[in-house]
Design a protein around this ligand. Structure first.
Ligand SMILES: [Zn+2]
Length: 388
């Protein structure tokens, strides 16, 4: 069968041509084995840090800031070659678990070395940070130069670049404004409202973030992005703790929030307010975040966790793991669906037995597929089968 979030087509086959879907048609003469398997759009991981590799996450530690410090320290101890090798392994893990497109935060600039021959479709979002929402400082110019270099990088069928101001709390107004001018049509992602401490400091300047970041901007992250001209169409990562009234600023702006269920669980965050986001008309995509705060880099697992923790349907989880993230990948044909003309990015899944029994009920099949982490039997990117 051929599925995407909107449709389940039984006894159908996908024909690929020139790297795209040429047709999805009723298929005659399928073998019993072919009837049992599922062809689906490749999964889209809307938030990763491939340069943190695949090393298993340690403990979340005493506080979030301590965890951040330990991750920074561990990354600093690794050579560029080790970072590159880790990024290669992380992309490999995503591919083997059915992800064909990843929106990756590139903090070091060296992840690309490890990914140069990876067949994954990569949106590399160059992370820039000058450390404080206060005024321009000695780091601002260097950050801006990195951003300029990133947006000038040539794009191709599997490679595109964009920008990632690290967080709404760690970048100056001036840098945000310059990034808005640079970004134009390039994708932009930023960490936003991840912890209550961050939101409290943004609004009031109090709490543990005060020692780290200095004077507070005394406005919400969404407000800062709006003023800088960087809010429209931006991917906002986490959004666990929006400030009062902040969601209203996001409505109608073409943004999406990326929820990372595995990372959310790792830090034992309180419930994710999906209902509030939906009520405000804000889309939600799924991501893995990095291996430093997750047990695996596997979007099948993120869908299962989203089902279990958010109470979404299978079709909703599937859409969050495909279409919602794909809208931020700068290729019009990367849609997270399998329509004619869409990218030939596919995954072949072997459903568990219960799924086969549920044949002819599309919603039930999506429910079961998203809960059961089905085996991946094949992956195609841009129409090419990925070996290995
Ligand atoms: Zn992140």
């Amino acid at each position: 069968m051929v599925i995407d979030a909107s449709e389940v087509r039984f006894d159908a086959a996908v024909r690929l041509e020139g790297g795209r879907v040429a047709s999805v048609e009723p298929a005659e003469g399928l073998t019993a084995d072919e009837r049992e398997t599922v062809l689906a759009p490749g999964l889209v991981n809307a938030h990763a840090h491939l340069d943190l590799g695949t090393a298993p996450a340690g403990s979340p530690g005493e506080s979030f800031l301590e965890w951040v410090a330990s991750v920074m320290e561990a990354r600093g101890e690794r050579s560029p070659a080790e970072v590159a090798e880790g990024a290669r392994a992380a992309a490999g893990r995503l591919l083997e678990t059915g992800t064909t497109t990843v929106l990756d935060i590139d903090a070091s600039g060296v992840a690309g070395m490890g990914l140069s021959d990876s067949p994954i479709r990569l949106v590399s979002l160059r992370e820039v940070i000058d450390g404080s929402p206060a005024e321009r400082n000695e780091r601002t110019q260097a950050a801006l130069e990195l951003a300029r270099e990133a947006v000038a990088a040539p794009a191709s069928e599997r490679r595109a670049s964009g920008l990632s101001p690290h967080g709404v709390h760690t970048v100056s107004d001036e840098l945000l404004g310059e990034l808005a001018l640079l970004a134009r049509s390039a994708p932009v992602a930023t960490h936003w409202a991840e912890t209550p401490e961050e939101t409290r400091w943004m609004l009031e300047g109090s709490g543990p973030f005060a020692d780290w970041l200095g004077p507070s901007p005394r406005s919400s992250g969404a407000e800062r992005l709006r003023r800088a001209g960087l809010l429209d169409g931006t991917l906002l990562v986490h959004g666990n703790c929006p400030a009062p009234g902040e969601l209203a600023l996001l409505a109608g702006r073409g943004v999406a929030v990326v929820h990372c269920p595995g990372s959310h669980l790792f830090f034992s965050r309180p419930g994710f307010a999906l209902g509030d986001l939906r009520a405000a008309g804000i889309a939600v995509a799924l991501g893995t975040d990095s291996a430093a705060s997750n047990a695996d880099l596997d979007m099948r697992r993120e869908m299962r966790l989203a089902r279990e923790t958010l109470g979404v349907s299978g079709a909703e989880a599937w859409r969050m793991a495909t279409e919602e993230g794909a809208r931020f990948a700068p290729w019009a044909h990367v849609t997270g669906r399998l329509g004619v003309g869409d990218a030939g990015d596919l995954v072949r899944l072997r459903p568990a037995q219960g799924v086969v029994a549920a044949r002819r009920d599309g919603d039930r099949i999506l429910d079961l597929l998203t809960l059961s982490e089905p085996a991946v039997e094949g992956v195609w990117v841009a129409g090419e089968r990925i070996e290995g």
